[in-house]
Ligand binder design. Structure first.
Ligand code: HEM
Length: 150
């Protein structure tokens, strides 16, 4: 289990950068086109890859959450320990909400055939999702979480 844990943990940690870059790129493109008189193509590649990247994080995260991570517990004083509380409750809830918002934004935009509308939907839902992700990452400067850079 040790090797598997280390591998999944590093994949999950490193992939954050891919997620952040893809979401920022997708939002940037959507913002620049939101008044450009174009119909959202339904499968904008940046929005699609951004969506896929957060879904991969969901799968890796679930493996850590349900089986591998020692920082997730379902009994004992979870709320009294900042690190246990962060991973068991805060990181989990924040990331799930963000992933749901990004998924709703992607699928809603796909069905919007009016001029500019889908781009605005991507810009809005992906931006709120990105903000929640940024707030839910255990950045190294957040005390007591012992998060790394990758
Ligand atoms: C976009 C979504 C996500 C991002 C960007 C993200 C990012 C991260 C990062 C940066 C870490 C710290 C890794 C380290 O410093 O070693 C981490 C840890 C963790 N994440 Fe996520 N995460 C996401 C979604 C999720 C989800 C949905 C779950 C649960 C279902 C989850 C469960 C965990 C767990 C349990 C840990 C602790 C791993 C350990 O034992 O060190 N993550 N995550």
């Amino acid at each position: 289990m040790g090797v598997l844990y280390t591998a999944v943990q590093h994949a999950h940690s490193g992939l954050r950068w891919v997620v952040l870059i893809l979401l920022i790129a997708a939002i940037g493109r959507a913002l620049s086109r939101r008044k450009g008189g174009t119909v959202y193509p339904g499968k904008d590649k940046l929005a699609l890859f951004g969506l896929i990247s957060v879904h991969i994080q969901l799968l890796l995260g679930l493996a850590l959450y349900l089986w591998l991570s020692p920082y997730v517990r379902f009994e004992g004083d979870i709320m009294g320990d900042p690190q246990l509380r962060f991973y068991t409750v805060e990181h989990f809830a924040g990331m799930i909400i963000a992933i749901i918002l990004i998924t709703i934004g992607y699928s809603r935009a796909k069905r919007q055939a009016e001029l500019n509308k889908g781009w605005k939907t991507i810009a809005l839902f992906y931006s709120i999702g990105l903000l929640i992700i940024l707030l839910s990452i255990p950045w190294p400067w957040r005390e007591g979480l012992m998060g790394g850079w990758f």
